[in-house]
Design a protein around this ligand. Structure first.
Ligand SMILES: CC(C)(COP(=O)(O)OP(=O)(O)OC[C@H]1O[C@@H](n2cnc3c(N)ncnc32)[C@H](O)[C@@H]1OP(=O)(O)O)[C@@H](O)C(=O)NCCC(=O)NCCS
Length: 299
């Protein structure tokens, strides 16, 4: 009797990958069905069915592991390891020097052992994801009281000019704006109805950029204000204006991320927002650095 070969990790592209769509987040499905050259997709088919999927996005010499998932029946059989190893090899071939991943596994011990096994750094808390039902957001009193100033001009983020975009990109490149608050991440599905910018004396000095992760899920993604007088008030006002626009939409759930190291925001969250939230999840970040010798591949 011949036995079937053990499932192997394979690089997927185009039409093949669509069969794995249920193994990643809804917002990443487009990377499977409509991939561009920055995306690496690795899947495992076991006994004829998709059993594991890994997705990575390359950005120059670094890469982000967007998702890694093994179906429950196939866990602890090294499929996750196989997916990662093939992703790692493909990234090395492309000249990537380091990769990072952000996980929200409920059991941090599993992440710890899996990361150690795959040669990643130990995961450290990265972000607290706070979820609220629409009615919970409606009940938050602190945003309602805030007003702007006459010299702060609110504008829909969709109306950002190409020149303003260029200037913000230069600030990002110079490290003046933290990467996590980059308003252009996930550009393809930003939410125009709630995403706002603020201009002062003709310059963009703040933004609240949000995304529709799924029809039922709105993410308040990035709040940034420049170090101008009244910046704390500007940030609260901007969030409040964005929340008002969210409430005018019919989106049942909202999520917001708070950086694990942002003590001021966490203190504000504990004092004002926590009672209105339905769930809090912590995400963890792990990294992997590839030895230079392993990057000598394709240009
Ligand atoms: C985390 C995940 C990808 C691991 O995939 P997997 O195929 O089960 O992992 P592997 O079989 O390759 O495990 C390799 C090693 O990781 C560790 N590990 C994996 N799962 C573990 C668990 N549940 N508990 C403890 N250690 C675990 C072990 O050291 C294991 O080696 P061992 O079996 O020889 O002890 C999988 O559990 C999963 O898909 N979970 C849900 C999604 C998720 O949390 N993804 C995280 C990345 S976004």
């Amino acid at each position: 009797m011949s036995s079937a070969p053990w499932p192997q990790a394979i690089l997927l592209n185009g039409a093949d990958a669509a069969a794995w769509a249920h193994l990643t987040f809804p917002s990443y499905v487009r990377f499977l069905t409509d991939p561009d050259s920055s995306i690496v997709v690795v899947g495992v088919r076991a006994w004829g069915r998709p059993a594991a999927l890994g997705l990575a996005r390359v950005d120059g010499e670094s890469a982000e592991i967007l998702s890694l998932y093994v179906v429950p029946d196939w866990r602890r059989q090294k499929l996750g390891t196989a997916v990662w190893k093939l992703i790692e090899s493909e990234l090395s071939q492309r000249g990537v020097r380091s990769a990072f991943a952000t996980f929200s596994h409920p059991d941090v011990d599993v992440l710890q052992t899996f990361c150690g096994h795959c040669g990643w750094t130990a995961p450290v808390p990265s972000m607290h994801l706070v979820f609220a039902e629409r009615w919970g957001v409606e009940g938050i009193p602190c945003f309602a009281r805030l007003t702007g100033r006459p010299d702060w001009q609110l504008f829909p983020w969709a109306e950002l000019t190409p020149r303003e975009r260029e200037l913000i990109e230069a600030r990002l490149a110079a490290g003046e704006v933290p990467y996590a608050l980059n308003p252009f991440i996930d550009d393809a599905y930003f939410e125009p109805a709630t995403s706002l910018g603020v201009r002062q004396e003709g310059a963009v000095v703040g933004w609240q950029v949000n995304h529709r992760l799924a029809p039922v899920m709105h993410r308040f993604t990035a709040t940034w204000v420049a170090a101008v007088p009244g910046s704390a008030r500007m940030a609260m006002w901007l969030m409040g204006e964005s929340v008002r626009r969210y409430l005018a939409q019919d989106i049942p759930r909202a999520v917001m991320g708070i950086q694990a190291g942002n003590a001021r925001m966490l203190e504000f969250f504990d004092r004002r927002l926590r009672p209105h939230m339905s769930e809090i999840r912590t995400t963890y970040r792990a990294e992997c650095h590839f030895p230079a010798t392993r990057t000598a591949g394709r240009a």
